[in-house]
Design a protein around this ligand. Sequence first.
Ligand code: OGA
Ligand code: NI
Length: 345
Amino acid sequence: MNTLSKAYEVGTTFSHNIIPLDFESIDGVPESHLWSQSDESHQKIQTNNPRDSLIPVIDLSDPCAIDLIGQACKTWGMFQVINHGVPLELVKKVEFEARRLFSLTTHEKRKVLRSPTGATGYGLPRISPFFAKCMWHEGFTIMGSCVDDAKVLWPHDYQRFCDTMDDYQNQMKLLAHKLLLLSLQTLDVTQEEINWATSTHGSNGALQLNSYPSCPNPSRTLGLAPHTDSLLLTILNQYGITGLEIFVEGLGWSPVCPIEGAFVVNVGDLLHIFSNAKFPVVYHRAVVNQSKHRISVAYFYGPPIESTLAPLSNYQDPCFRSLLVKEYIRLKATHNDKALSLIRI
Ligand code: OGA
Ligand code: NI
């Protein structure tokens, strides 16, 4: 557990079913998971180029990487990154361990069910209470050490899972710092502000293992409903299976095609606020697949929760009022996508 989990533990006041479906035991999409096509949040607008990702792919070893990252953050709030230095072997081990976890029986997985007000463990997405329908999804959230849950799942063999997730969280934190530093250097930012965003002291990360079992009727349901990520930066691995889509004004839902060895990086609400809206925050969702069981792993990086978040001081006319990081997390937990507009000036 880390301090971020405390901020999340306040939870929402909704009572809502957070238990994922027993996917093994069903052969159709139940009413609870049927998203109507006319539902605004499930609208699929035709794209001209559904196969091509619009999002730039940036080679971190390119001398121009800083400009490319700045440009991508300002235009899209998202990019893919290659040559990022995270060992491929570790990335593969994480997928292996995630698949090992989700292939446990429903009975086993429910032993580590996230409590209704809890932050970590097995369960449906945190945004579930904001939607009338359930998502075709099961997830496992880790904040800091996952040893307590892992011991329940594998009493005699939990160390491998924990070591892998610890190593990965450390690597993700390093990469998040690197990417934040590069992106912020393209804005008018003070050294103090850079220190806040990349502080190793009290900073927070969360690891979200997502599982989208194959679905008999993928067009009738959703893996993850449209949302923005709350913290500063998200680093996602799609593990080679398409599913992530972004909403592009005038174009609709557009896929972000997985690229071997690449991570998808996106701006979260806190970086949108911090950049004084110079970096847009990208609406995204995940769709599911008829034949493949898709796994994705997201790392969310955030600043200390007791610190104050304010738009960069060098910009006149701040777009948002300042507030504590934990206050924003709470606002998001209770108002979801209305949270940003509640603090807009
Ligand atoms: C997330 C997310 C997308 C995916 O975990 O916040 O947006 O492709 N995941 O699983
Ligand atoms: Ni997301």
